[in-house]
Design a protein around this ligand. Structure first.
Ligand code: HEC
Length: 162
């Protein structure tokens, strides 16, 4: 018991230092996992440089972390994702990891609407935080913000290890 407590304490103290240099996930692992997303998503910057070739079933995910949900230009979203964005949903690594587990459930919880639906039919049980960390590498500003938010990231991490 005492041992457990000090281990926990160590995690809490180490937390901010880790959050500084790291996101919750592993971007390198996420890059590999992105293979699962490519059927429907590409990563292409505004100048047209392509980082991941992919399909057009889903929106281009360049710069998506830090962006309001449902706002990629010229993409036709489902109404519920747009509504969530209008209600204030901005993608960060934590909420995107949650979204990927089950997009429809995520929208139902976010909108508090049992009938909400996602147009994204793909689900990812594990590794969503890695893909989110990978996507964050295309959002330099969001990364800087995440560092400023380090105490919150630390809380999330402590919860997860329970
Ligand atoms: C079978 C096709 C498909 C696959 C595979 C897929 N997605 Fe999607 N994704 C979609 C569609 C369609 C939408 C639009 C959802 C809506 O409008 O409700 C979407 C939306 C999203 C959004 C919200 C974007 C925004 O602009 O708000 C994110 C983030 C996302 N996908 C990430 C991923 C990631 C990461 C993967 C791989 C782990 C992935 N998706 C795999 C089809 C897919």
């Amino acid at each position: 018991m005492k041992y457990l407590y000090s281990a926990l304490l160590a995690t809490v103290i180490a937390g901010p230092a880790l959050a500084d240099s790291h996101s919750m996930g592993d971007a390198e692992a996420g890059e590999k996992q992105f293979g699962k997303c490519k059927a429907c998503h590409m990563i292409v910057d505004d100048a047209g440089e392509s980082f991941q070739r992919g399909g057009k079933v889903g929106p281009n995910l360049f710069g998506i972390i830090g962006q309001q949900a449902g706002t990629v230009e010229d993409y036709r979203y489902g109404d519920d994702l747009v509504a969530a964005g209008e209600a204030g949903l901005v993608w960060d690594e934590a909420n995107m990891a949650e979204y990927l587990v089950n997009p429809t459930d995520f929208l139902r919880t976010t909108l508090d609407d049992k009938k909400a639906r996602s147009k994204m039919s793909f689900r990812m049980r594990k590794g969503g935080e890695d893909v989110a960390a990978y996507l964050a590498t295309f959002s330099p500003e969001a990364e800087a913000e995440a560092e400023a938010d380090a105490p919150m990231a630390k809380d999330a991490e402590t919860e997860k290890t329970e």
